[in-house]
Design a protein around this ligand. Structure first.
Ligand code: UDX
Ligand code: UDX
Length: 471
């Protein structure tokens, strides 16, 4: 039978909040701490603040009962056995992760340790952070026997974070002491021993009582590297397929067929081989840069990662060239933009390639009418106000009388547009799709000029001139 562990999670952002709520769902008693009072008040009142599947229901179920939202890190430290640090680790000017929030939280925790605690790094951090946290806590006068520092990286994708947390491919615990490893093992026991999946109301997913997730015990340093290496490898996979998509365009081949052919090899696998306008989000760009920087500092040449970044930047420029190839001059063109989030099913616009493209298109003199199901509020806070940029509440309003439609985010609803209506709504039936949401043949049959990524452009039969996608 799993035991209830009192857990503190510091930081209630995309990672911390999901972790806190999921620990409660697993049966633990949780303090979710944040130094932003407004955030804490909103969470206490039942506002999730982020768009994340299952979160509203679970927050309703556990807020102010199994999960206590608070700004009081001192109380949380005293009351809990394990303290997870999930504050942000933004990219600094040099490309390194800025660890000042992690350090501040570690010093604050140290001031309140009176009995044995396990401090857990949940935020993505470079190798050796663990050692620094330990040093900071010791410098604040805490005896070495009173704490351990563990690395327990997260592998959550935004939009499916709750299901990812409760149905992980693996749980990685980097611990250098048996006592700390035992506590983390107890925390995850509801998943690894399968009790959680037996509950009638358990969130559905790939794991079950018969297919339980493995817990991999490693050294702290290995765990830190596992996190960075995983994200860097996934980013590499995306850049690889994007480079292949460029080759497909040059050779008049179809990257979807190529990706399928590659992905059927079980050694490669089909996932993360979707070409597009480049990866974005709060993790991949920052983690690739940080991993490269860590390697450099340790005297290891990891130029492969610079190439991954270069391809990613190039992908946005190529998309802009396609828009130009479809429309000739850009100044004064009215464009419908579908999607601002860095990917579908999230309201997050951090490092979103869609936002970068909107900025590039505005700089070219286009006017833009944008629609995103969840990210418009955040986009309006990020993008400078412009008379050339309007946000609307539906696909219909965005596409009305536009010179072309650009699809920038892979929201499920953008893959199900009424093509007959869309054709009637646009001024010119031109669609430039950065996410390959449509079959070029179907678009052609509906009378569109359709350009996508790594596939031959489709033009309506009656159009004489084939746009050159390889400008
Ligand atoms: C996370 C991870 O922590 C990061 O390492 C990973 O690579 C990306 O995701 P995320 O949850 O997205 O960060 O960050 P954010 O949404 O910025 O939330 C961080 C929270 O920590 C905020 O609510 C902030 O108010 C809080 N915080 C920050 C503190 O409580 N104390 C601090 O000292 C700093
Ligand atoms: C990622 C990791 O997947 C997760 O394990 C880690 O903990 C945090 O970072 P997330 O940033 O939420 O998660 O999004 P993800 O679904 O991985 O997508 C990242 C970016 O890559 C998005 O911009 C997405 O559109 C892009 N992408 C993804 C592609 O362009 N092609 C693909 O095949 C997959």
């Amino acid at each position: 039978m799993s035991r209830v562990v009192p857990i503190a999670v510091v930081g209630s952002g995309y990672v911390g909040l999901v972790a806190a709520i999921c620990f409660a769902e697993m049966g633990h008693q949780v303090f979710c701490v944040d130094n932003d009072e407004r955030k804490v008040a909103a969470l206490q009142g039942g506002d999730t603040l982020i768009h994340e599947n299952y979160l509203p229901t679970l927050l309703g179920k556990y807020r102010n009962t199994r999960v206590k939202f608070t700004t009081d890190l001192a109380e949380a430290t005293r009351e809990c056995d394990a303290i997870f640090i999930a504050v942000g680790t933004p990219q600094s000017d040099t490309g390194d992760a800025d660890l000042s929030y992690v350090e501040a939280v570690a010093s604050e925790i140290a001031r309140h340790i009176t009995s044995y605690k396990v401090i857990v790094e949940k935020s993505t951090v470079p190798v050796y952070t663990n050692e620094w946290i330990r040093r900071v806590i010791e410098r604040n006068g805490v005896n070495r026997d009173l704490f351990d520092v563990v690395s327990n990286p997260e592998f959550l994708r935004e939009g499916t974070a709750v299901a990812d947390f409760l149905h992980p491919d693996r749980i990685v615990v980097g611990a250098d002491s048996e006592r700390a490893a035992a506590l983390l093992t107890a925390i995850y026991a509801p998943l690894t021993e399968g009790d959680y999946y037996k509950k009638a109301e358990a969130i559905a997913g790939v794991c079950s009582d018969r297919a339980r997730p493995p817990l991999l015990l490693t050294s702290t340093k290995s765990a830190e590297i596992i996190k960075h290496a995983s994200n860097a490898f996934l980013a590499l996979k995306i850049s690889f397929i994007n480079a292949v998509s460029n080759l497909c365009e040059a050779a008049d081949a179809n990257v979807e067929q190529v990706a399928k052919g590659i992905g059927l090899d079980s050694r490669i696998g089909p996932k993360f081989l979707r070409p597009g306008i480049g990866y974005g989000g709060s993790c991949f760009p920052k983690d690739v840069a940080a991993f490269r920087s860590v390697a450099e500092q340790m005297g290891v040449d990891f130029n492969l990662l610079s190439e991954v970044e270069k391809i990613n930047v190039g992908q946005k420029k190529r998309f802009l060239s396609k828009v130009r190839a479809a429309l000739w001059t850009l100044r004064g063109k009215k464009l419908a933009v579908l999607g601002l989030a860095f990917k579908g099913e999230t309201d997050d616009i951090r490092e979103s390639p869609a936002i970068d493209l909107v900025e590039m298109l505005l700089a070219e003199g286009c006017s833009i009418v944008a629609y995103d199901p969840a990210a418009m509020k955040r986009a309006a806070e990020e993008l400078p106000p412009s008379t050339q940029l309007r946000y609307v509440d539906s696909v219909e309003e965005a596409t009305k009388d536009a010179d072309a439609l650009l699809i920038l985010t892979d929201w499920a609803e953008f893959a199900e547009l009424d093509l007959v209506k869309l054709h009637g709504s646009l001024r010119y039936p031109i669609v430039v799709d950065g996410r390959n949401l449509y079959d070029p043949k179907v678009m052609q049959e509906h009378g569109f000029t359709y350009m996508s990524v790594g596939r031959p452009a489709a033009t309506p039969v009656r159009e004489a001139v084939t746009p050159d996608v390889l400008v």
